[in-house]
Design a protein around this ligand. Structure first.
Ligand code: ADP
Length: 355
């Protein structure tokens, strides 16, 4: 009996050991760096890729308390941070910059957390392709700007009576050429902006500006398109607000974009309101319209690059870049951006700065 029990235990132990070995081999062979921690942040395993990335070997890592290792290793410190780290992470390895996304898998046993696995995925090749695309778009947009400016100048010259009188039909054609050129200028401008954002080249020039100045800038830019659709722009901006430290051009750009969307998505004879509010230590800018509103399922997506709400009759002309650029311009300045909307009841787009 004792012998049978012994044999049984040994066979079980052998099975567990062989399973452990198999799992260790799989983890070690993985091309992605993997680190395993127990519930007390003690390092349980670190595969070869992770050791290479951390420039430390197994002996220095296994069974160590991870926050202790983090004191001397910046990468471990970044990886241990609970809050979302910049994604993807830029890490210098193999004498070049590589990019990794971080995923944390929490391990549970009987509803209790018993540890976690940090998984890094090398996305350098995707990042390089993305960069090539960004550079390509930047070059093309830049190259288009010069001929477009020249077309714009020519249309202005054609309007000059000294060159010759245009008949009614010619004037109509010229109006179309001008409006299409302006549209192309806007698209190339937006494409250039997004490429600068993607390559981390947003240059901010903060200065003390009054909220009224930002509102007036947006109003002046869009009063004619609003008039053409018989839309009233109402402004509610209290006097005596203290100036805020922001980049005037970029902040006004966002308000112009909100306002131009509000006009575009509002019916004729509608009303659009620009409202500035100061509450506690925050200044909020809001643009409300009485347009068709946005379905809740699209609310977060509309701030993504190139995203346009499907089946919209209006969105054929847009690039789907305006709100993505707006989000970058506001968050780069430490602000918050959002939308509140109900289908059929209009939308309120807003951004806020803590002052
Ligand atoms: P676009 O240049 O296409 O307008 P945006 O990034 O500015 O790009 O907007 C993204 C999408 O969000 C639009 O295609 C549209 O469907 C939706 N949207 C933006 N503003 C409004 C609004 N005021 N009312 C309804 N839908 C809107």
């Amino acid at each position: 009996m004792a012998q049978r029990l012994d044999e049984y235990e040994h066979s079980n132990l052998a099975l567990i050991i062989s399973q452990k070995k198999r799992i260790e081999t799989i983890i070690n062979r993985m091309n992605d760096p993997v680190i395993g921690l127990d519930e007390n942040k003690k390092i349980l395993f670190v595969n070869e890729q992770a050791q290479k990335l951390l420039s430390m070997d197994e002996k220095e890592l296994i069974d160590q308390y991870a926050p202790d290792v983090a004191i001397h290793n910046d990468l471990i410190r970044t990886l241990l941070k609970e809050e979302s780290t910049i994604n993807p992470l830029k890490i210098f390895t193999d004498e070049r910059e590589s990019y990794f996304t971080k995923e944390v898998i929490i391990i549970h046993s009987q509803e209790k957390e018993v540890g976690k696995v940090i998984l890094l995925r090398n996305v350098t090749s995707f990042k390089e392709l993305d960069l090539a695309k960004t550079n390509f778009i930047a070059t093309v947009s830049h190259e288009l700007k010069t001929p477009l400016s020249s077309i714009q100048l020519c249309t202005t010259l054609l309007e000059d009576n000294r060159i010759g009188e245009l008949n009614i039909e010619q004037k109509e054609i010229l109006t179309t050429v001008k409006s299409e050129t302006n549209r192309l200028m806007k698209i190339t401008g937006e494409l250039l902006d997004i490429t600068q954002i993607e390559s981390g080249n947003i240059q901010l020039h903060p200065q003390q500006v009054s909220a009224r100045e930002i509102v007036n800038y947006a109003y002046e830019a869009l009063k004619f398109p609003a008039e053409q659709k018989h839309i009233i722009i109402e402004i509610d901006c209290p006097d005596g607000l203290s100036p805020i430290l922001v980049d005037l051009e970029k902040t006004a750009w966002v308000l112009v974009n909100f306002l131009s969307n509000a006009i575009r998505y509002s019916p004729e004879n509608g009303k659009v309101t620009i409202r500035v509010e100061r509450k506690d230590n925050a200044v909020t800018f809001k643009v409300s319209d009485s347009g068709k509103g946005i379905d809740p399922q699209y609310k977060d997506k509309i701030f993504d690059k190139f995203y346009k709400v499907p089946d919209s009759d209006f969105n054929k002309t847009g690039t789907g870049l305006g709100l993505a650029i707006s989000k970058e311009f506001i968050t780069a300045q430490g602000g918050k951006i959002w939308v509140e909307s109900e289908p059929g009841k209009g939308s309120v787009f807003g951004f806020e700065f803590v002052v």
